[in-house]
Design a binder for this molecule. Structure first.
Ligand code: PMP
Length: 442
């Protein structure tokens, strides 16, 4: 039940909110009650400009009629179909549509319900594939420091963010971590890809020397690390990682849960950086955030190992009740059609320079120590308050919200990833408000 003056419910106690300091939040709750295109409406009736596309997912903006109508129609027509040993047409249609915009060679699509599930699925496919081709000793999985690969056990094991790991015991055995490439001392204020750090990929050689190539199944990286604070791959880094993984028979997985579906101005980061992985994980922008859905893209080489391999490997023993849910598929099809009709990936590309210059105009403002950008994503890194890490950036988030723009923070980094329909005046408002906030921060 809502209280009379606002849309804030009277009882906030039951909902245990994810990734939220519940004690603090519930003292001063922030609630959205509606959204349209570039804006949210708050419970007290204010308009807030969406500078983050929700959680990096509403790439076409909010409440787009084509997607809404497709979902409504699908719920009424076929709400659910069993996901195993049965099908429905839209799952096949969506898989083909994704394949048609995917980087060349990514021929097959496995549906999940989230980014975390896509990661678990890709890691399991990698392990099963190595087994199917007679490389069953390859059981180690390699991630990277500062990597974010969702919150399930595989994902936190290959992930490299301490807060996501330290509460939860020992994780998966046999995971290794490459060094991160967040080299602010060398690369600060680089526009696009930085110069320094490509050689950090060579750490894979050290792992091979120490553990033996025949023990390593796959390497997973975000081609552009989002949740750790928008960290661009140094020039040559992904190419080097690809060359080394190929050399040692190790699969390369790109976690494109954020970068998939247009964020960098191409359909996928693999295309943007012109580096071909073996598996790609996606979610978020696939359905514009409207219905939970993810997908793993695989090469024919991987897929066909299960079609032609030994009899006991003919089926991948993995899947979810909601894999390829019809309503999610309808949302996905309508979303991809919206991206295509409005040419939104190219639009992100054509707005990228204006975005870059606006962001970098914040250089020199109090507490700013780095600015990073690519496509329609950007970050402003702040000097932490001594002894109180994350506080300054979080205060910036609260101030910006009060001033009518939604940004996101991770540690002491402000991250922004607006819907790809953004106009120049929205960029001016977003960056102008952030400038005001930075000037007034302690
Ligand atoms: N991988 C990456 C790269 C992500 O950015 C995220 C979410 N931000 C995930 C996986 C997990 O996605 P989800 O929250 O949908 O499980």
């Amino acid at each position: 039940m809502a209280n009379d003056h606002t849309n804030i419910p009277n009882d906030l106690s039951a909902f245990w909110m994810p990734f939220t300091a519940n004690r603090q939040y519930k003292k001063a709750p922030r609630l959205f009650t509606a959204a349209k295109d570039m804006h949210y409406t708050t419970a007290d009736g204010r308009q807030v400009l969406d500078g983050t596309a929700g959680l990096w997912c509403c790439n076409a903006g909010h409440a787009r009629p084509k997607i809404t109508e497709a979902v409504q129609k699908q719920v009424a027509e076929l709400d659910y179909a069993p996901a195993f040993q049965m099908g429905h047409p839209k799952a096949f249609e969506l898989a083909s549509t994704i394949r048609d915009i995917a980087p060349k060679g990514m021929e097959h699509v496995f549906f999940t319900n989230s980014g975390s599930e896509s990661v678990e699925t890709a890691l399991k496919i990698a392990l099963a594939y190595q087994r199917a081709i007679g490389q069953g000793t390859r059981t180690r999985l390699v991630g990277r420091e500062k990597g974010y690969h969702g919150v399930n056990f595989g994902g936190i094991s290959v992930g490299g963010l301490v807060n996501n790991r330290r509460m939860f015991g020992q994780h998966l055995n046999g995971t290794l971590h490459l060094p991160h490439t967040h080299l602010i001392d060398k690369n600060a204020y680089t526009k696009g890809q930085p110069e320094h750090g490509w050689e950090l990929a060579d750490d894979l050689e050290r792992m091979v020397a120490l553990h033996g190539e025949e023990t390593i199944a796959a390497v997973i990286v975000e081609p552009m690390a989002g949740s750790a604070g928008v960290i661009m791959p140094p020039k040559g880094y992904l190419e080097r990682l690809r060359a080394l993984t190929k050399k040692y028979g190790i699969l390369l997985i790109f976690d494109e849960v954020i970068t998939g579906f247009g964020r960098l101005g191409s359909s996928f980061a693999a295309e943007h950086f012109d580096v071909q992985p073996d598996l790609i994980t996606t979610a978020k922008g696939l359905t514009n955030g409207v219905i939970p859905m993810g997908a793993v893209l695989a090469t024919s080489e991987i897929h066909d190992a299960f079609m032609t391999g030994p009899e006991h490997m003919i089926e991948l023993f993995h899947g979810y009740t909601y894999s390829g849910n019809p309503v999610a598929c309808a949302a996905g099809l309508a979303t991809l059609e919206t991206y295509r009709e409005e040419d939104l990936f190219n639009r992100a590309d054509s707005m990228a320079e204006y975005w870059q210059e606006a962001l970098h105009s914040l250089k020199g403002l109090p507490h700013v120590i780095d600015i990073r950008n690519m496509g329609l994503i950007g970050a402003v890194e702040l000097e932490p308050i001594a002894g109180e890490p994350t506080k300054r950036a979080f205060n910036a988030f609260l101030e910006a919200y009060d001033k009518g723009v939604l940004i996101r923070t991770t540690g002491d980094i402000i991250a922004m990833s607006p819907p790809l329909i953004i106009e120049k005046e929205h960029i001016d408002q977003l960056i102008g408000t952030l400038a005001d906030v930075l000037k007034s921060l302690d």
